[in-house]
Design a protein around this ligand. Structure first.
Ligand code: TXA
Ligand code: MG
Length: 332
């Protein structure tokens, strides 16, 4: 059933009581709670099993609500330019936090990430609730992010999180996280919006990656990059160039494997060792990102010994964001 007004009202009631509501966005589903309630946010950390030094993104209905959670005057001209061009959309902006934001939200650090999600259900929820919501991806910490309501329900029951149905997420990978601290613009987590596009809007060069001095104060992680294994299926997974992948399939003694590949495997590899399940992936970057997590979950559910992923060779910024997720999904 599509989400209606009564579902939104039930969700608002749950949030006002300090409870948790999973909401759809254009990237992945989020696990929402009142960002200004320490107790509600603590529940989200507990449900996910998330390390307390990994900060949460605060979801807002627009720039006005964002200005309420950042330090007075910190919503800079750069922030305004980005939000005018890209919100609602898959861009989280890191700025100094307002005193009213509980430090649990920011992992103890002085900065807060804000984002306005592009999904009608969640925009309606934010407006009806009338305040900011934390929204980490609605999965157990370290696991693959959910791109459907059914994925969320696999991890959390109705008591733990009321799930708002919003269909399959279009984007498929998490938002780009850009830091605008101290006049610097730096992408901390790559996503569908690239540093090139951000740079064109700001009219200057945007760095990519974690600076030695950026973020990190007060024990908070400077960036998700410090968690090398992340977005990971339960099954051990490997990222391999096509030739290596075919050779590995021929030579390793596994009884079963799932392969995410761009084209069918040669027949001899299909029956070389044991059972090989091939999931064909799109050749185009945005489409690939859109189906990646569903494919990883499908491969995981097959109960195979290994997941082998054909390494994309594309060089666009979207491919770079996809590769970031693939490296973390296959990290030891
Ligand atoms: O697309 C998304 O961003 C999704 C949807 C639900 O909005 N949310 C999401 O949240 O991916 P989460 O918690 O799974 O990832 C947020 C990332 C974390 O890895 C965290 O390190 C980084 O954003 N982050 C959050 N607050 C930050 C801050 N104050 N400074 C630096 N990085 C921050
Ligand atoms: Mg996450």
């Amino acid at each position: 059933m599509p989400t209606g007004t009564s579902d939104i009202l039930a969700a608002v009631e749950r949030l006002r009581a300090g409870g948790v509501v999973a909401f759809p966005t254009e990237t992945v589903y989020g696990l929402g709670a009142d960002a200004l309630s320490e107790r509600a946010v603590a529940r989200v950390f507990a449900l996910k099993g998330r390390p307390s030094n990994n900060p949460l993104i605060v979801h807002v209905s627009g720039p006005e609500m964002a200005a309420r959670v950042v330090a007075p005057g910190a919503f800079s001209e750069d922030a305004l330019r980005l939000t005018r061009a890209l919100w609602p959309g898959p861009l989280s902006i890191v700025l100094p936090r307002a005193a009213g934001v509980p430090s649990i939200v920011t992992g103890g650090g002085p900065n807060v990430a804000v984002r306005c999600p592009d999904h009608p259900v969640t925009l309606a929820l934010l407006l009806a609730f009338g305040g900011p919501l934390v929204g980490p991806s609605a999965n157990l910490s370290g696991h693959v992010s959910p791109t459907t309501a059914a994925h969320v329900r696999e991890a959390f029951d109705q008591e733990q999180a009321l799930v708002l149905e919003g269909g399959a997420c279009r984007g498929g990978i998490e938002s780009t996280v850009v830091s605008l601290l101290a006049g610097d613009a730096r992408v901390l987590r790559p996503g569908l919006i690239g540093a090139g596009e951000i740079g064109r809007i700001l009219g200057r060069q945007v760095e990519v990656g974690v600076s030695d001095t950026g973020g990190g104060a007060g024990g908070a992680l400077a960036s998700p990059g410090l968690l090398s294994r992340h977005y990971a299926p339960r099954t051990p997974a490997m990222l391999l160039a096509r030739a290596e992948l075919e050779e590995t399939l021929r030579e390793e003694p596994w009884r079963s494997a799932a392969v995410l590949a761009f084209s069918p495997l040669p027949a001899e590899d299909e029956d070389a060792a044991g059972t090989v399940h091939t999931l064909l992936m799109p050749a185009e970057d945005v489409e690939y990102a859109g189906v990646l997590y569903a494919a990883l979950r499908q491969a995981d559910a097959l109960g195979v010994e290994r997941i082998l992923i054909e390494r994309p060779s594309g060089t666009s910024e979207v491919w770079a964001a996809v590769l970031d997720r693939l490296r973390r999904a296959t990290a030891e």
